[in-house]
Each structure stands twice: as C-alpha cells, then as structure tokens.
Design a protein around this ligand. Structure first.
Ligand code: HEM
Length: 398
C-alpha cells in the first residue's frame, strides 16, 4: 500500500518508464545473456541477438523521449536520482550489448537518453550516469524486488551482499565519526570503537560469504559487463564500482591509516566524489577535516597508564585489524578470484575494458594493492603506512 502510494506520487510517464525498467527491460537483457552464454566464447556479443538489441534500444527510447519534454518536474532529490538510475540502467545495458561503444563513437548515439541524463545529473549534482548507489542503497524495492539488469541469480547475490556489506561499513564509519566531537578519552568512546569493530567483522563475514556463493563465470561474463564506462553526450564516464560509497574511505581517514595529505590516496577519493550521491559526498568531505584517532591516541602517550587509554588504545587496534582484514580479503580473495583469474583465460581483444575505472588490469591491481597495504599498515618504504605508529601505540599497552 505504502509502495503503491509512493509510486503514484510520480508522473505517469516516469512510472511507465520505471515499470519497463523493472520488467520488460530485465526480460530482454536476460534473453541476450542466455544467447551469449550459449556460445563457445561467451565474451563475444558482436552481431549476436541483434533483433532483441533493437527492441531494447527502441522501446527504451520511446519511453525516454516524452520524459525530456516533461522536463524537470521538481519532485525532489529521490525521484530525480531514481530516474537518473533508470536512464542509466538503459544506457549501461546498451553499452553492455555494444549497441553503443565509446571507443567507436565520439558522442553517444543515445541522444534522448543523454539529454535526459545530463539534465538529471545537473539537477542532483552527480555524474550523469548510473552509479553504485543506484544498485545498492538507493535501489527502491517494489514488493520485495529491487531493480536489476537481469533475472540472473548471481546479479542478485552480488548486490544483496554488496549492499549489506556497504551498510555495515556505514555503521562503522558512523560510530568512528562520533568519537572526535567527544574526544578519545570520553567514557562512551569505547562503546563506539566496539560498535565499529563489530560492524567491520560483519562486513568481513558478508564478503567471505559472497566469495563462497557467487559464481565466477556468471559474475565475470554476465554481471560485471553492465558496469562498464559509457558516454553521455560527448563525454565518457567511468564505470560503476561497488566501492563507490564514502564509508570505506571515512574509516581509512578516521582511523588514520590513510592520510589526506598522501596524494596517491587522495586522488582515489577525489576521483570518486562525482560518483557518490550528495549526502555521501558530504560525509566524505567531512572526514577530510577531522583529526584522526591514531594521532589522537599517540598525543596522549604521557597518560598511557590511565585505564581509559589502555582500553581505548586496545579497542582502536582491534578496529584497525578488522578493517585491514576486510581490505586484505577484498584484494587477495575477491579481486584475485573474480577478476584476475578469469581474465587470464579470455582473448586479449575482450580484455580492454575490463576494469570499471579504465586502466589496464595490472595497473589497477597494483593500485588496489597499495590501498590494501595502507589499510593493513604493511611494511613498505615506497608508500606511506602507519606501521611504526601502530607499533608505538602497541608498545604503550600493558
Ligand atoms: C565479487 C566481489 C568483488 C569484486 C570482484 C570486487 C572488485 C573490485 C575491483 C576490481 C575494484 C577496482 C575498481 C576499478 O577501478 O575497476 C574494486 C574497488 C573497490 N571495492 Fe570491490 N569488489 C567486490 C566486492 C566488494 C565489496 C563487497 C566491497 C565493500 C564492502 C568492495 C569495496 C570496494 C572499494 C571500497 C573499492 C574502491 C577502491 C578501494 O578503496 O579499495 N568491493 N573492487
């Protein structure tokens, strides 16, 4: 009842497009995935299922064109962001099926969709494409079912776990972010550190489970291709990335494992900002202005015998270990099993756009390794890590 009411708050044209995206669009994508999967080389989509592709392109365009005429109906952020997601789903699917291909074109042939997406991107203050939040924390479920590209079980598995893991990270970031205004010696700070550790342990458990239940081939060949870069108008926007939420970086910065004055790290964060919804952008910006907890604890070394210090320093180190464990698992297990290993077996011509952000896979993997090593405070002399500072803190524990 509530969902039906929310739905009727939108215009009939927006609702018609939404209904198509949640039904017929998913059918068409699923049919195409089945045709691709029946081939010996399932990475090949060129010239396959052209009739279905034409239906996808034309039916979508017919529903989008009247939305441009309708203009900005000013129904608030949630509606505009959701509609941007729907246009984005359509454009991403066209990219996945190579109805569009950014290296082949200088401007997107999806003129109507580009027009609407650019208008909406300017309205909400994000990149004019579909982003991870459209699939996760802003993906409205209708009667228990949220938007997906296909009916494939593995797409839903990937999103269910990603969403829940992101939410766990958001709980950790929220807890850590509340310590600064009250100070690390406040009696309630210990509760917040324990809450953060608990949330990060949950994120790890979810990610481990995801790695166990997700099918490597289905993910690699039928889920990830929808997250590729595509053009909106003349500009190409990088792909959607499950890591496009603020909390992972908030935790990095609040713990002090990564530094706002480390240019390689900050570059990763700055690049991400347009791909976050505005509330997430603000959270991330905020965490750049806070002093970090590690510096805060080390500044109290002269009172390290106090009970509060002993308890909170120990709890802080446990939070760091939990964060490091998630980061190490992400890199050593998820990226290795679901990206690196399957990439070894596919022909080089299909490898070019394998990463969401665009760089060649080995370059991306090295960059991700650097992030992991900051988070586990590894012994490296080529990038800044807090290994020595963590050792100094540990040495103050009785
Ligand atoms: C099968 C599961 C997953 C795979 C294969 C995977 C793979 C990747 C890859 C390849 C990137 C680099 C993106 C690019 O530039 O192309 C990335 C980034 C990222 N992923 Fe995942 N990921 C998975 C699940 C998750 C989950 C569940 C989370 C969070 C809780 C997560 C958090 C992140 C973050 C935060 C980044 C941004 C880079 C960083 O700060 O480390 N990923 N992931």
């Amino acid at each position: 009842m509530i969902e039906a009411q929310q739905h009727s708050a939108t215009t009939p044209r927006v609702a018609a497009f939404d209904a198509w995206i949640r039904g017929r669009f998913v059918d068409l994508n699923t049919r195409l995935e089945n045709v691709y999967a029946a081939q010996e080389n399932r990475a090949n989509v060129h010239g396959i299922g052209d009739e279905i592709k034409a239906k996808l392109r034309d039916e979508g365009r017919e529903l989008i064109t009247p939305l441009i005429e309708e203009g900005n109906t000013d129904e608030g952020f949630d509606r505009a962001f959701e509609l941007l997601g729907n246009v984005g789903y359509y454009m991403a699917a066209c990219r996945r099926h190579e109805i569009t291909e950014p290296s082949r074109e200088r401007t997107s042939p999806l003129v109507e969709a580009s027009t609407l997406a650019l208008h909406l991107g300017a309205t909400v203050g994000t990149a004019p494409r579909f982003v991870a939040s459209h699939m996760e924390t802003y993906n409205r479920a209708v009667n228990g079912v949220y938007r997906t590209f296909t009916w494939g079980a593995d797409e839903k598995i990937f999103l269910d776990y990603n969403t829940r893991s992101s939410l766990a990270y958001m709980r950790a970031a929220d807890a850590l972010g509340r310590i600064h205004p009250m100070g690390i010696s406040h009696p309630a700070a210990n509760d917040l550190l324990l809450a953060a550790k608990d949330a990060l342990d949950q994120a790890l458990a979810l990610n481990i489970e995801l790695g166990r239940v997700l099918d490597v081939d289905e993910f690699f060949f039928s889920v990830r291709p929808y997250y590729k870069p595509y053009r909106v108008g003349s500009q190409e926007y990088r792909g959607a990335n499950a890591g496009d939420f603020a909390a992972f970086n908030q935790v990095d910065l609040l713990l002090g494992l990564c530094s706002p004055t480390d240019p390689s790290y900050t570059q990763v964060v700055v690049e991400k900002i347009p791909y976050l919804p505005p509330d997430e952008q603000r959270r991330l910006q905020h965490s750049f202005t806070h002093p970090n907890l590690l510096d805060g604890l080390l500044a109290h070394a002269d009172v390290s015998n106090e009970t509060w210090f002993q308890e909170n320093a120990a709890a802080y180190l446990d939070v760091c270990a939990a964060h490091g464990a998630v980061a190490a698992h992400h890199h050593d297990e998820l990226v290795a099993a679901f990206i690196e290993r399957p990439a070894e077996d596919i022909p080089p011509e299909h490898l070019e756009t394998i990463t969401a952000s665009g760089p060649p896979l080995d370059v991306l993997v090295r960059a991700l390794e650097g992030l992991r090593d900051r988070r586990i405070a590894a012994d490296r002399d080529d990038i800044p890590t807090r290994r020595d500072d963590l050792a100094a803190l540990r040495a103050l524990l009785r």
